[in-house]
Design a protein. Structure first.
Length: 234
């Protein structure tokens, strides 16, 4: 399949979709799918030039939305890279840890440098506001690994923005959501794994070197913090 512009035939792809012109009509962008080295990949093509490739294996990966142009011509799209978390790319800047876009929700521009969309996570659905920055954001630290903490050795497993873990104190369990450099979630312990005495909430903040975190915990979800919860990466 080819895209033909002003009589000029573009590259041959397995599929193309989402053809859109920039507001000044000087640039044409679209999404395309092709087979490369035995794998299906998807990417954005702008004025005949291919962008970053994303693996597509039919499990919610690859190009998920777009491309769209901002009022002043910045290119924006949504993708999922190899089964990791969904993310937004705006003006070649990857937005770290976005919410998952609701099916059917459009990216709506409020200004040349800002847009919003409906997103969701495990706690519900929200209106997500995104600012287009001029510099790429720093990749977030991974929470995977073993951590020495105030409540013993804690094993964390991260999948996208979701993290689960265990620790030895009263056979503890934790479940949380990544938000920037923070983990925000719930802890629970034997015997009941229920509040008010055996469960509550916590918040961890990753230190810049990605080797330790500091945080707080409390019983239930109301009131002030009950104590500190710190950890270092093993």
């Amino acid at each position: 399949m080819h895209v033909v512009l002003d009589g000029k035939e573009g590259s041959n792809y397995t599929d193309v979709w989402g053809l859109t012109f920039s507001p000044d009509s000087k640039h044409l962008a679209y999404a395309a799918r092709a087979s490369r080295e035995g794998k299906y990949v998807q990417f954005i093509v702008v004025d005949g030039k291919e962008g970053q490739q994303y693996v597509r294996d039919w499990s919610g990966q690859g190009m998920l939305y777009g491309p769209v142009f901002s009022p002043d011509g910045k290119l924006v799209y949504v993708a999922n890279d190899g089964g990791k978390a969904e993310f937004v790319v705006a003006a070649q800047t990857r937005k770290i840890d976005p919410w998952v876009r609701l099916d059917g929700s459009a990216l709506v521009f409020d200004s040349p440098d800002a847009f919003h969309y409906l997103g969701k996570n495990e706690t519900g659905s929200y209106l997500v506001n995104v600012k287009i920055t001029s510099q790429p954001e720093v990749e977030a630290c991974s929470w995977n690994e073993t951590w020495n903490t105030d409540f013993g050795s804690m094993e964390l497993k991260q999948s996208g923005s979701n993290v689960t873990g265990t620790y030895p104190h009263d056979e503890g369990r934790i479940q949380e959501i990544v938000s920037g450099n923070k983990l925000i979630g719930t802890w629970s312990e034997a015997p009941s794994y229920s509040p008010p005495n055996d469960a509550g909430t916590f918040e961890f903040t990753m230190v810049e070197d990605c080797k330790s975190f500091r945080g707080n915990w409390k019983y239930g979800s109301e009131g002030g913090w009950s104590g500190n919860w710190k950890g270092t990466r093993v």
